[in-house]
Design a protein around this ligand. Sequence first.
Ligand SMILES: NC(=O)N[C@@H](CC(=O)O)C(=O)O
Ligand SMILES: [Zn+2]
Ligand SMILES: [Zn+2]
Length: 421
Amino acid sequence: MAYLLKGVSILGAAPTDLHIVDGVVSDTPEEGAEVIDATGLVALPGLVDVHTHLREPGREDAETVETGSRAAALGGYTAVCAMANTSPVADTAGVVEQVWRLGREAGLVDVQPIGAVTVGLAGKQMAELGAMATSAANVRIFSDDGFCVADPKLMRRALEYVKAFDGVIAQHAEEPRLTEGAQMHEGEVSTRLGLTGWPAVAEEAIIARDVLLAEHVGSRLHVCHVSTAGSVEVLRQAKARGVRVTAEVTPHHLLLTDERAEGYDPVFKVNPPLRTRDDVEALRQALRDGVIDVVATDHAPHAVQDKECEWSYARPGMLGLETALSIVLSVYGPQWDLIADRMSTAPARIAGLTGHGGDLTKAGTPANLTLVDPSVQRVVDPAELASRSRNTPYAGMTLPGRIVATFLRGEATVLDGKAVK
Ligand SMILES: NC(=O)N[C@@H](CC(=O)O)C(=O)O
Ligand SMILES: [Zn+2]
Ligand SMILES: [Zn+2]
């Protein structure tokens, strides 16, 4: 199938015609190509998420590889990295290959499995990282996300081990002794609500330790869902010294604060917790500066019974794939170069996903792209989401931007704002 995107604006530039032929961007029109009137639409390289929970295998009631892939495509994504905290845990070549195969079968985005660092995410014994790296799933990112690799010796060993195949350890930075019983950010609001707090230092202490370990062994560290101003300062200093560290921030940490806990609505319960206005400001600036490299959704679908209960019993986590671009647009406005880098090019580089995040003005670039209508305002209706879960914190909010179409290697996965399959 060939397409002609007529009058499209590539990253906000003057309108042009974009030809998609044989899965790549082409400078020559193709006879009989399907014409899409792209007047007023902006083309971005397909978004890439380095942090997605797809819940399969094990919690198919919350999400499957297929439903999560559909949510991703509708959100403008062409690739997602699937976190390892499934059941069974993705800590063997067999499980990561299963997830990878399910992704291919769904065929809506490239699903790149993340392997666990430790067996069963238990933090005791290193998983078979090499076997996962050399499996068909070609794993490059390893993470115990949901849990922190708290043992410094194990963390050091893992960092050393993945150097051989240019792997990266993605750390959920949480010193577990400092967050025992934590329900939300530790601060004025937690004191008022009488909820046990997760102090900022529990995150910052682990990031400080890990950048020193990464520096010591000369290996790659990636920091998941950075949430505090202090973490930003640690990262700023580490990067200035040349440490091989990258970091992500979620859309919700760029927008929401701990005051959302005031209504005790568990939809706002998440790890790390929503922080303060000052933290939000520091995160916004850090993403602009490049101290934080990417926006990652940490899309964390949960079944109704795990979310619609009392705050302290609710699972942490919120949906992200279908609203991420709109949240980033609402925070930064139409800064398309910044958005394309932080949501596509940089995450593709971190995950080693060549073929994604490419330059759409160049012939031969794989046609992984998304078309956005920035003029549309939409009201988020949880019932309309493609995700199997409903735990969006943005229900009822009016957000800018709508994904009109998404293409994976030149094939439409979304057209007219609807998934093609
Ligand atoms: N972010 C969350 O609050 N929850 C995530 C785990 C995680 O990212 O730590 C989940 O798997 O539900
Ligand atoms: Zn996490
Ligand atoms: Zn996560």
